[in-house]
Design a protein around this ligand. Sequence first.
Ligand SMILES: Nc1ncnc2c1ncn2[C@@H]1O[C@H](COP(=O)(O)OP(=O)(O)OP(=O)(O)O)[C@@H](O)[C@H]1O
Ligand SMILES: [Mg+2]
Length: 400
Amino acid sequence: MSETWISSQLSEAEAFFSTVSREFIEVDMADIPTKMEQTLEQLMILFDVGRMSMIRLTEEGLLEGACSVAKDGIEKPRIHLANPEGIYLKNISAGNVIAVDDMSLNVMTAVEFEYARMEGVIAHLICPVEVRGKIWGAITMSRFHEHDHWQDVFITRITTFAQYLAAIFERYTLWLKTREQQKQLVLLSRHLMENQEVERRALSRELHDNFSQRMALLSIKAGNIVNAIEKDEVEVDDAKKLYLTIQQLAGDMQALSRSLHPAIIEDLGLAAALKAECRRVGKLTLLEIHCLIDPLPQLASALALNLYRILQESLGNVVKHAQATNVFVILEVRNNQLSFQINDDGVGLATDIKDKKGNLGLVSITERTQQFNGRASFDSPAEGGFMVSITIPLEDDFYE
Ligand SMILES: Nc1ncnc2c1ncn2[C@@H]1O[C@H](COP(=O)(O)OP(=O)(O)OP(=O)(O)O)[C@@H](O)[C@H]1O
Ligand SMILES: [Mg+2]
């Protein structure tokens, strides 16, 4: 390739870059993937390669395709992305450029080599790309015709291009994530309002059917005792029974009001509140709830309340869905990391949790965890049971 060819190609690239950057400013967020594809197609022609792709490093440290294009008659790149031993992942993560002119075996695995040879690839170029000081992924391209050498100026220019595209792509994925979160927020607030109605109805029913009836019965019994005293026929046993019934009623009312507004967290601390809730649910159902709670530091009240609500939703789910016998509630704090698990031995979930749309208990658990930079995961192993697992890094301002 002659020097003049390279320099004319680079000045053409310069002009193209300034046009494209202006165009990207105008593009709607939703159209970014299409615009990126068009840009790569134009770059492919400009740099005289047969196909191109942008691949990105995921949070899990694997590679995934972001965008790829190929000239007519050439298949889109099929890099062995999932292979953690693959040459691409190792080099890209280390920020090494792979510029292969002769398809040599020392930079690719035998399978990759064989695949490329069969396809007719003559030369490969893979340039790692950084966004905000961190490796984002890479731009890759292949030539299928006569090739001299990948020039350094060319590599530098293409990397800058790719860096620009990668930054835009990151903004796009952030936008997608925010849009998804907004949708969930709308669903969540609707769900909260509906739940409030359901809870109010349940509360009014509980007050009417349970407490009002029991109070009415008590006042009749108390009236009978008054009559008996007036007639001097008072039976101590009757008075004792009345006293016990009043005690029971007072206890049940206290438990109900505490579960509605857990002042118990402030009074006795989170550990006691969680244990009390386990006892309350255990008494109402046939569940054996095993509560293993580490001594806890004094947590911020909003975090403590969230953990309490997470327990309530999880136990509610066990009661509603699990047909379980045992529930294990485990809360530990190790190395400034709080881990909270609610596991049951019930029927578990046959389908993928991701298919369960429209139910918001688990979504609300996730939201409550994310408020404190934590992670929530839900798992239903093949042998049955359901596991809710929360981890929250305890930062200084999460302590009271
Ligand atoms: N402990 C469990 N055992 C078995 N399946 C469960 C368990 N917990 C949750 N699930 C499944 O996961 C689904 C989602 O739970 P989620 O709490 O989000 O919704 P829900 O309880 O059905 O409704 P709500 O929105 O009122 O909470 C449930 O419908 C149920 O199928
Ligand atoms: Mg639920």
